[in-house]
Design a protein around this ligand. Structure first.
Ligand code: SF4
Ligand code: SF4
Length: 398
């Protein structure tokens, strides 16, 4: 069934511009988390939209069944603090996500338990176990004119998007904008990589999801982020901030800046800017609360090195554009010594590019570089890899 009652088109950039609020948060102790959440939301004028009886869906990041200390998921203590605040205002709060893999009640129960998200039951909020899905039409979209989404999000009065700051193989950063990919049922996600195989089109699809659902507020747990082999198998890295904004694009640009990246590095940010929805540069962002500049992590390890831009006639000399792209692009690569030969990457690959020969063998001619294999490898054996020449040129450029 296609639902034709899509929300109205997004207004221009001026209509979406919103401050980014920041609050220091050193750790996840309940009292620290509660103080940070309350401080952050006291700055948000939109809190008045949450009235007694308002049905609030809190869309967290539960990418897979990972414990809080792995920094792969939104931390449950922060979510609990938010739920207490919302329930205290009389709201009817439901917390959930669609992790990768099966979207079933059993799979959700497992992820809630491992991630510690079960805790929200003690706040008066409930966890989502509605696994129904529906097809929606969004004519104003740039890419996802029709898509399948989880029903629980559509039927809330308002959505609050509560993401985690992590590296991401394909999108470089997963924070606020990317988190809305969890509105797509887990088993459907690989299809979207095939429908939108190009990085910029995939970014447009993610932006479309944000424009369709339009959360009233977006929060990012950047207390401890994830660097390196994110978004599931990287290394936890303390940053010490909780951030929020009505604009997911302004918010993500601040997140990118915290880890040493710019708007040009993040497809969802530069595509949002091109569409008149987000800032093209940090100077366009209005900041409130804690001084985010003091929290920048200068040596944060990105997914696979910084992006590289070369001036004409520079270090690459005669390399043409097509060869340049091929030379510099990132690819998935297994580390055999870490692989347990479970075959999950092979089963999840939307392009059917992986065959198991003891360890995975990737047919690069059909790989679309979606990094699903890297994202869902249970032991982090699949890495985001850059060619030797790319690494060499990066060092030279630096
Ligand atoms: S091999 Fe990995 S990156 Fe390539 S298409 Fe398959 S899942 Fe995506
Ligand atoms: S998912 Fe990871 S551990 Fe399993 S076969 Fe693939 S690379 Fe190896």
């Amino acid at each position: 069934m296609t639902n034709e009652t899509a929300p109205p088109a997004a207004p221009g950039r001026m209509g979406r511009k919103a401050p980014v609020y920041a609050a220091a948060c050193r750790d996840y102790r309940p009292e620290t988390a509660e103080a940070a959440v309350n401080r952050l939301l006291s700055q948000w004028k939109g809190l008045e939209k949450i009235q007694p009886g308002t049905k609030v869906a809190v869309k967290v990041n539960l990418v897979s069944a990972k414990a809080p200390e792995t920094a792969a998921t939104t931390h449950p203590e922060l979510v609990c603090a938010l739920c207490r605040l919302l329930v205290g205002r009389g709201a009817l709060v439901t917390v959930g996500d669609s992790p990768g893999g099966l979207f079933t009640k059993e799979a959700l129960a497992h992820v809630y338990r491992v991630s510690g998200m079960d805790l929200v039951g003690e706040t008066g909020a409930k966890l989502n176990f509605d696994v129904s899905t529906e097809d929606v039409s969004f004519p104003q979209a740039a890419a996802a004119h029709v898509f399948t989404c989880t029903s629980w999000l559509r039927h809330a009065d308002v959505i609050i998007n509560f993401a985690k700051l992590k590296t991401h193989g394909m999108m470089r950063l997963t924070a606020s904008v990317k988190n809305l990919f969890g509105s797509v049922p887990g088993t459907t996600k690989p299809e979207y990589h095939m429908r939108f195989p190009e990085t910029d089109t995939f970014a447009d699809m993610l932006i479309d999801l944000n424009e369709y659902f339009r959360p009233v507020l977006n929060l990012v747990d950047a207390v401890t982020g994830m660097e390196g082999n994110g978004p599931t198998a990287g290394t936890p890295r303390d940053i010490g901030l909780l951030l929020a904004s009505e604009s997911p694009y302004d918010l993500d640009l601040v997140c990118a800046d915290l880890i040493g990246l710019s708007a040009q590095d993040i497809p969802t940010i530069y595509r949002a800017a091109a569409r008149g929805l987000g800032p093209a540069d940090l100077t366009e962002v209005t900041l409130a609360g804690a001084d985010t500049g003091r929290y920048r992590v200068a040596d944060f390890t990105p997914a696979a090195g910084k992006s590289v831009t070369f001036a004409a006639g520079g270090v690459l000399g005669d390399l043409t554009g097509a060869l340049l792209v091929k030379t510099m692009r990132q690819v998935p690569k297994v580390k055999p010594s870490e692989c347990i030969s479970c075959g999950k990457c092979s089963r999840i690959c939307p392009a059917h590019a992986i065959t198991m020969r003891g360890v995975p063998h990737i047919d690069r001619s059909v790989c679309i570089r979606c990094f699903c294999c890297q994202e869902f490898c249970p032991v982090g054996a699949m890495k985001v890899h850059r060619t030797a020449i790319a690494r060499l040129l990066q060092r030279k450029e630096n």
